[in-house]
Design a protein around this ligand. Structure first.
Ligand SMILES: CC(C)(COP(=O)([O-])OP(=O)([O-])OC[C@H]1O[C@@H](n2cnc3c(N)ncnc32)[C@H](O)[C@@H]1OP(=O)([O-])[O-])[C@@H](O)C(=O)NCCC(=O)NCCSC(=O)C[C@@](C)(O)CC(=O)[O-]
Ligand SMILES: NC(=O)C1=CN([C@@H]2O[C@H](COP(=O)(O)OP(=O)(O)OC[C@H]3O[C@@H](n4cnc5c(N)ncnc54)[C@H](OP(=O)(O)O)[C@@H]3O)[C@@H](O)[C@H]2O)C=CC1
Length: 429
């Protein structure tokens, strides 16, 4: 991938975009055949992925462009139904590119397995017993999934937490063993669950208690990815708004989300608008990523902004995002869904750690795209202009009528289905 900077890509037809992609060193003709085929997810594949299959549910697949992350270019597949998200991410990536791009980093992919133990006669003694056998337990867990060890991963640490100590309810006092497992390039849920289940008998023996749940946590707080951007105000100029006004507006918007859960939920939804489409397109478990991200936003007791925006001593706008990132480049449906396989080829990442860095960079870009619009002209100007096409289609517009009706809706500043139906009726008279 020589560059992700493809000016005016959005003005091309789908055919022109496909021709351009095929001419780049992104994937083979066969790969492209899947992307362009009428059945990108064959029914017999779908029927082997989940139960009671009756069909498939395609989503639009767009490309987030202009992304430069740690000096590498990325064309980022994004599967989403909402208009203006891909445009917004690409818009900000174009600006950040001028500054040298996003910087991003990620911890090793250490996922967390939980083993719940109840009914111990002495929970402190039980905790001691487990910690005294830490190496034995880690060895036993690794023996349950030896191939992971061979890849350089596996169970690497454990800790014990006592919950609801002193409670007189036999249901609420419990010991929770956290098993930390480096799952390499797999998201690792099945691996973690297999290894956690394998330890249950020996944990019961050690603690004298009963093991109920042994399951991964979707809040893997040792599997983190972060992204950062530093933008001189002059690059933020928007219409009549100076760069400094936009910078300050973004920081005010951030402070609102940082202080108010009602705003933080919408602010963070805007971030996940960027993150989920990449997680979905790459065949990953977006529910796991969503759950972990929102838990991380509440880690200090109040649900708050996932991002941090401030002005540095030179007056640059600095943005940061750190999230747990339960994603893989192998495993699950990643190597099963033909378009997910293509998405990984398009992305050209070498590891799950690199993928997680790309994903958080898109989330950070998405957040700035929304805040920049909100802090200036408002979200409707950009968002609804792109939404007008869906409104036209919902009102029955087809073919070239879509452009005509969509433009009329924008010109008349009335982007709603009822108005579109009137225009369609007028057009087809
Ligand atoms: C829509 C834009 C980008 C237009 O903004 P613009 O200033 O008209 O863009 P431009 O014409 O200057 O183009 C700059 C670059 O943007 C990209 N771009 C520009 N237009 C397109 C397009 N049609 N399709 C694809 N890419 C587009 C493209 O990369 C282009 O580079 P070029 O190709 O020209 O060299 C801007 O108005 C915008 O970003 N608005 C914000 C929209 C947004 O954030 N949508 C997210 C969904 S709403 C949401 O997040 C929920 C929310 C808001 O509640 C979250 C929250 O509350 O925080
Ligand atoms: N979020 C949740 O709460 C839950 C999610 N899930 C689902 O679990 C799936 C993810 O689990 P996961 O364990 O990743 O999937 P898999 O069960 O597919 O296991 C990962 C596979 O990847 C293979 N592999 C190949 N290369 C590598 C590598 N470099 N690093 C690591 N593994 C490699 C492993 O091969 P080998 O066997 O040779 O090691 C293994 O078979 C997702 O579909 C998710 O939706 C399931 C339960 C709960």
């Amino acid at each position: 991938m020589e560059t992700s900077r493809i000016p005016g890509f959005y003005n091309m037809t789908v055919e022109e975009r496909r021709t351009l992609l095929s001419s780049m060193d992104l994937f083979t003709e066969d790969d492209a055949a899947y992307l362009f085929s009428k059945e990108p997810l064959p029914m017999d594949t779908a029927n082997n992925m989940i139960e009671n299959v009756i069909g498939t549910f395609p989503l639009p697949l767009g490309l987030g462009l202009n992304f430069l992350i740690n000096g590498k270019d990325y064309c980022i597949p994004m599967a989403i139904e909402e208009p203006s998200v891909v445009a917004s991410a690409s818009h900000i990536a174009k600006i950040v590119r001028e500054t040298g791009g996003f910087t991003a980093e990620a911890t090793e992919r250490v996922m967390t397995g939980q083993i719940q133990v109840v009914g111990c006669s002495d929970f402190n003694a039980a905790k001691e017993a487990i910690l005294n056998e830490k190496d034995t337990l880690l060895e036993a867990a690794n023996n349950a999934y030896p191939s992971l060890r061979k890849r350089g991963g596996g169970a690497c640490d454990l800790e014990v937490r006592l919950l609801n100590e002193g409670s007189d309810s036999k249901y609420s006092q419990m010991l929770v063993l956290h098993l930390y497992i480096n799952t390499c390039d797999a998201m690792g849920a099945n691996m973690v669950n297999t290894m956690a289940e394998s330890l249950a008998p020996v944990v019961e023996e050690l603690t004298g208690g009963k093991v109920y749940l042994r399951i991964l946590s979707n809040y893997p707080d040792r599997c983190l990815a972060s992204a950062r951007c530093v933008i001189p105000p002059e690059l933020l100029e928007t219409g009549d708004f100076s760069g400094e006004e936009v910078r300050d507006g973004v920081i005010h918007a951030y402070e609102f989300a940082a202080s108010d859960p009602y705003r933080a939920v919408t602010h963070n939804k805007g971030i996940m608008n960027g993150i989920d489409p990449v997680v979905i397109a790459t065949g990953n478990d977006w529910r796991a990523v969503e759950a972990g991200a929102h838990a991380h936003a509440a880690r200090d007791g109040m649900y708050t902004s996932m991002t941090n925006w401030y002005s540095d001593e030179k007056g640059n706008l600095v943005g940061e995002l750190e999230l747990p990132m339960s994603v893989g480049t192998v495993g699950g449906s990643i190597r099963v869904h033909p378009i997910a396989k293509l998405a990984h080829k398009l992305l050209n990442v070498d590891s799950a750690r690199e993928l997680s860095q790309v994903i958080v960079a898109v989330g950070l870009a998405q957040n700035l795209g929304a805040l920049k619009a909100l802090a200036t002209d408002g979200i409707q100007k950009g968002h609804m202009a792109l939404h007008s096409r869906s409104v036209a289609i919902a009102a029955g517009a087809t073919g070239e009528m879509i452009d005509v009706i969509s433009q009329r809706l924008i010109d008349e500043k009335e982007i709603r289905v009822g108005k579109a139906k009137e225009l369609v009726a007028e057009y087809t008279k």
